[in-house]
Write a protein that binds this ligand. Structure first.
Ligand code: UT7
Length: 335
């Protein structure tokens, strides 16, 4: 049997793309019975970006992808794999990966979408990492992109205040282990979560019909309080677990980049890792919950703010529908 030498994979490029249009808490106050104070206190959200009608997930996904490719010093021809985590694909099929592949002209790439809701980016990064480690792929694009407004009921105050549109992308390639790279990931699912958070219709169980439309079954349904309980525990536990599993102490962590669902869920994970405020990246105030786009775009925000330094130990952590949850541990490998 021939020996397999595993390479080290690292994030070498970042990109993001958001619609211009802002939906503020004041805007929502005239749409549903809510108020700025409640939204800020319970969620940490002040505004979110909303795409114009007819703009699909592939639009901002392609923009973020091109930015990440340029940031890595590459061209679309260099990409050999595209993974798109999303819950708002352009359509059921073909995959949004195929649509973006054509839009950006990545003619040497294969790829597919991943359905893991808010944990989509963490899961996709792990798939990218293992493909690069094994040599099965050399340069992988991971693109979290969402048009959440396409599945939000703007008459339901429980959910319409939470979500925003946008995209974040990273390039993953083989790096010199001395520079850092992705160390490990933990990915988990538990189907018990399905009843608490889902979009019921549009698949094979409940194909679109007059009835599914009348009953609002194409919108996000969430039992917020139940999801909250699982999310607080799941995110904090897995963040600490990925650190300790790899022989580190929580005091070794420089930065946590969490999924942005609720400021209070993030604070629970922050407290479990014993991190100061400046060690946690928060974007929920300006973007809301952008599902699979939240972590890659937060990485770019962190870098723009000068908070990503070569050698930093970073935890990416998420919790979402499924339930799905997980964490990636990495050393930032770029200057
Ligand atoms: O990203 C994917 C995973 N999803 C999550 O992680 C979300 C987890 N859940 C949450 O973040 C929170 O549960 C929410 C932000 C969704 C809700 O916050 P909460 O503190 O759990 O509020 P609640 O659902 O327990 O509602 C408390 C009260 C209720 O009134 P009563 O029954 O106490 O009279 C709601 O009707 O707040 C009311 N309420 C609102 N009031 C003003 C619910 N939504 C609103 C609103 N404005 N938008």
């Amino acid at each position: 049997m021939s020996e397999v030498t595993l390479r080290t994979a690292g994030i070498t490029g970042l990109g993001m793309s958001f619609p211009e249009r802002r939906l503020t808490n004041a805007d929502l106050e005239v749409m549903v019975e809510t108020n700025d104070e409640w939204i800020v206190e319970r969620t940490g959200i002040k505004e979110r970006r909303i795409a114009e009608k007819g703009v699909p997930a592939s639009h901002h996904g392609a923009e973020a992808a091109l930015a990440a490719i340029a940031d890595a010093g590459l061209t679309p021809d260099d990409i050999d794999m595209i993974i798109v985590p999303t819950v708002t694909p352009d359509m059921m099929f073909p995959s949004t990966a195929c649509i973006i592949q054509e839009k950006i002209g990545a003619k040497n790439a294969w790829g597919f979408d991943i359905s893991a809701a808010c944990s989509g980016f963490v899961f996709a990064l792990e798939v990218a990492r293992t493909h690069v480690m094994s040599g099965q792929a050399n340069r992988v694009l991971v693109i979290g992109t969402e048009i959440m407004n396409s599945i939000v009921d703007y008459t339901d105050r429980n959910t319409c205040i939470l979500f925003g549109d946008g995209a974040g992308a990273v390039v993953v390639e083989a790096v010199d282990p001395a520079d850092g790279g992705i160390i490990d990931s933990i990915c988990r699912i538990d189907g018990i979560g399905g009843k608490h958070l889902h979009q019921k219709a549009g698949g094979s169980l409940h194909p679109a019909s007059e009835d599914t439309i009348r009953q609002g079954m194409h919108y996000i349904y969430q039992e917020g309080r139940d999801v909250y309980k699982y999310a607080v525990r799941g995110m904090a536990n897995v963040a600490l677990e990925v650190v300790e599993k790899n022989g580190f102490d929580k005091s070794d962590v420089s930065l946590m980049v969490p999924h942005q669902a609720n400021i209070r869920i993030i604070e629970a994970a922050q407290s479990r890792l014993g991190l100061a405020d400046e060690q946690v990246v928060i974007t929920i105030d300006r973007f809301g919950n952008t599902t699979s786009a939240s972590i890659p775009s937060a990485l770019q925000v962190a870098r723009d703010e000068g908070r990503l330094k070569k050698g930093d130990l970073i935890v990416l952590v998420s919790f979402g529908a499924g339930f799905t949850w997980g964490a990636n541990l990495l050393r930032w490998c770029r200057d």
